[in-house]
Design a protein around this ligand. Sequence first.
Ligand SMILES: [Fe+2]
Length: 138
Amino acid sequence: MAVIAWKSIYETGIVALDNEHRGLVQEINRLYEAVRDKRGEAVLADILAMLEKYTVDHFQHEEKLLEEYHFSGLAEHQKIHQELIDEIQEFKKRVTSGTEDLARELLTFLRGWLLEHILKVDKEYGAFLESRGGRFIE
Ligand SMILES: [Fe+2]
């Protein structure tokens, strides 16, 4: 496992959303470095707090655009977002025990989730929004 290097294939084409995705990749890389250096425990609470805020802000942003431009897959997309919000809450509940292992588990989960979500789910709205609102819609 190594840090995630941002690749153009991760881009949805919507600049504002891509910037938010890049921000999340940076945070996951921060967690990666901490886990690698056996200090996952020290950053775990901080990363979970960041994720709680990020999921609200970023998901609302995405959903607002999908709604505004009448994207037909909105409900399905919202469901997938809610699943991540629920997962984060589950991790939070477990923070009291075995936090070094938990940090590692969170890292594996986030990397998988993010790459899968950006590459498959978010990509579906990319071309759609770009053709209607352009790449600089906010
Ligand atoms: Fe999404």
